[in-house]
Design a protein around this ligand. Structure first.
Ligand code: GLA
Length: 437
């Protein structure tokens, strides 16, 4: 395994040429931010409640080539979206939405044309976050941003990867040095305040803290994290053959929200309502209504007070926390079978208890579980669109990928035709953290 397979020299050369052309400067001056996509094997939908999550990055993601401007001008082009984004780095940015309820769902799940006109939001959001915490920026950038082919809107957290890429580029151009924790907070400001999505800190923590080959464990309440090496880790470029795995990304072809889906923020509100009821029942209504503020014993004692929907959300939270703990042990012992089994159980709880996911993603999940060498699978991200991820025995990855492609094509021919056979199932490796190279 080699995390250096991304970005490739040719990808970088192409971007270097584009930035040099737009800026009229020498190609040698182009700097790069790599900001990888992330997966969350265990710990789905619990980050916003202060739960403990596991994550790692993959060797695919966002590449931002940039040159600091001579003045305050920001000028950006994109490999995915049309048009240019222009603004001044000393323009004061205000939140795009004034409240965090339904508007945010439109941002996260907007149509292609809305995304087309909104793609500059993440750069402006990054500026908003830096300004909000008192940083005064003077230098803009000329940049070209591009995501790995076919993987935008895939539930791999491309939005956090984009936000982080802009944060790091603005900081680099202005000689500001920020710690990963500061950038985790800045990305939270972009998503929660600037865009109004009530998500947790899983995505940006994974992108900023991960280290090649390790599983990142993040306590989203205390913000403490640790990196867990598997026992077969040889060095920063190699994992021994024994238990070697690949990560499969099986794309559903769903890029837009299903019109019937209840939305991310509604699930967050349901978890909080469950927490409120449980805290009130145990005389602790003074605490913030987050499920991480409810003790497991309190949940067990008072769960009968929750109406069925809320009971399911709480059950997902408490059972997922247990799976994360067991999964960390399995990973540290190099037990991919147990680790995988827990991932699949987590996937099932997302479907049954959290009631996210949709038919095509559930079909992909079921196909993956039947594929040769698959240790475990689940859908990625919020579950309304995008892809399912699986950990698979490295020796079986090709065979598994081909079975998944064929079977999915039979069940969802229309969606499969929109993806194209080549990129329908992507085989990838673990990645590293976001950085300037
Ligand atoms: C999205 C959110 C994250 C997290 C996941 C689900 O990616 O941005 O904060 O809640 O969904 O685990």
């Amino acid at each position: 395994m080699d995390e250096m397979s991304w970005p490739s020299q040719s990808e970088m050369d192409a971007i270097r040429g584009k930035v040099a052309k737009i800026s009229g400067r020498d190609a040698k001056e182009v700097r790069f931010v790599v900001s990888p996509y992330r997966i969350c094997p265990l710990g789905a939908h619990i980050d916003h409640q202060g739960g403990t999550v596991s994550a790692m990055t993959i060797n695919k993601g966002i590449l931002l080539g940039f040159i600091p401007s001579d003045d305050s001008q920001v000028l950006l082009s994109s490999g995915q979206f049309k048009g240019e984004v222009k603004f001044r780095i000393d323009e004061i940015q205000l939140p795009k939405f004034s409240n965090g309820s339904n508007n945010s769902v439109q941002v996260k799940n907007s149509s292609k044309s809305e995304e087309e006109s909104n793609w500059g939001s993440y750069a402006k959001g990054a500026l908003y976050a830096l300004q909000k915490r008192g940083n005064c920026l003077k230098k803009g950038i000329v940049g070209f941003i591009c995501g790995s082919d076919g993987l935008d809107s895939s539930g791999l957290s491309s939005s956090a990867a984009v936000g982080i890429a802009y944060l790091i580029a603005f900081e680099n151009a202005n000689n500001l040095t920020m710690s990963p924790s500061e950038n985790i907070e800045y990305d939270r400001l972009i998503e929660n305040e600037y865009l109004g999505l009530r998500n947790g800190i899983l995505d940006q923590s994974a992108i900023l803290l991960s280290s090649y080959g390790c599983l990142t464990c993040m306590n989203c309440k205390t913000k403490e994290h640790k990196l867990i090496l598997p026992p077969n880790f040889l060095n920063s470029h190699t994992i021994s053959k024994k238990n070697a795995y690949k990560i499969l990304l099986a794309l559903s072809g769903l890029k837009q929200a299903l019109t019937t889906n209840p939305g991310y923020n509604r699930r967050v509100a349901e978890c909080q309502e469950a927490a409120r009821i449980l805290l009130r029942a145990s005389g602790k209504e003074g605490l913030e209504p987050l499920l991480s503020n409810v003790q497991l014993e309190t949940y067990e004692a008072y769960k009968s007070k929750l109406e069925p929907n809320l009971a399911k959300r709480a059950e997902h939270y408490f059972s997922e926390n247990k799976r994360v703990m067991k999964g960390l042990e399995a990973w540290a012992a190099g037990n991919m079978k147990d680790f995988g089994k827990l991932i699949s159980e987590s996937g099932l709880s997302s479907i049954k208890n959290y009631e996210s996911g949709c038919e095509p993603l559930i079909q992909l999940y079921e196909i993956l579980l039947r594929a040769p060498g698959v240790f475990g699978a689940r859908f990625s991200g919020a579950g309304f669109r995008g892809c399912c991820i699986a950990f698979v025995d490295a020796d079986c990855a090709l065979e598994a990928a081909s079975l998944v492609k064929n079977e999915y094509c039979k069940l969802q021919p229309e969606l499969a035709s929109q993806i194209g056979q080549e990129s329908a199932v992507v085989i990838c490796d673990a990645g590293d953290c976001a950085r300037v190279i």
